[in-house]
Ligand binder design. Sequence first.
Ligand code: DLZ
Length: 173
Amino acid sequence: MASALKNLSKYDEEHMPSASDYHFGIVVADWNAEITHALYEGCYDTLLKHGAKADRIHTVQVPGSFELPAGAKMMADRYKLDAVICLGCVIKGETRHNEYINTAVAGGLTNLSMVYGLPFIFGVLTPNDQQQAKDRAGGKHGNKGIEAAATAIRMAELKHQLKEQQGKIGFSK
Ligand code: DLZ
């Protein structure tokens, strides 16, 4: 579904698990900092809102989105984490640089998830222009940082449940 049809700040808060036991890494790209730092605010506040402890949230900044997978790997090697959230904004330009960066980041984070058995969350905006970016960084379509945090909490919880629980996980009342 296009994010224009879904507000990125809206999720099922009622059924969101507590994040109080989990450790998070956040990697923020500094390219388009006005946007990515707004994503970070939304992400960080959402983790706290669901009980994450400030001293269990580790943040690093990297120069651009292309460096997100490398930064995320360094975080996963340095700390014992339950999820790593990667935040960036790659705006389409006159050349195809955005396609190369986005493909590399998506592939890099997918590979890390498989190798580490840990959720590496793709909190990267891929807009056509600055206005589309603003609309998704706290504007009319919400904040992708909030969506990324909510995804990280759910995936951390899933990892925990698969370790601890037997039987059906999800769709249970
Ligand atoms: C070079 C570049 C360009 C043109 N555009 C963006 C962008 O829109 N968003 C982003 O996060 N990074 C961009 N970069 C920087 C690359 O991600 C990377 O930092 C450099 O190519 C150095 O590896």
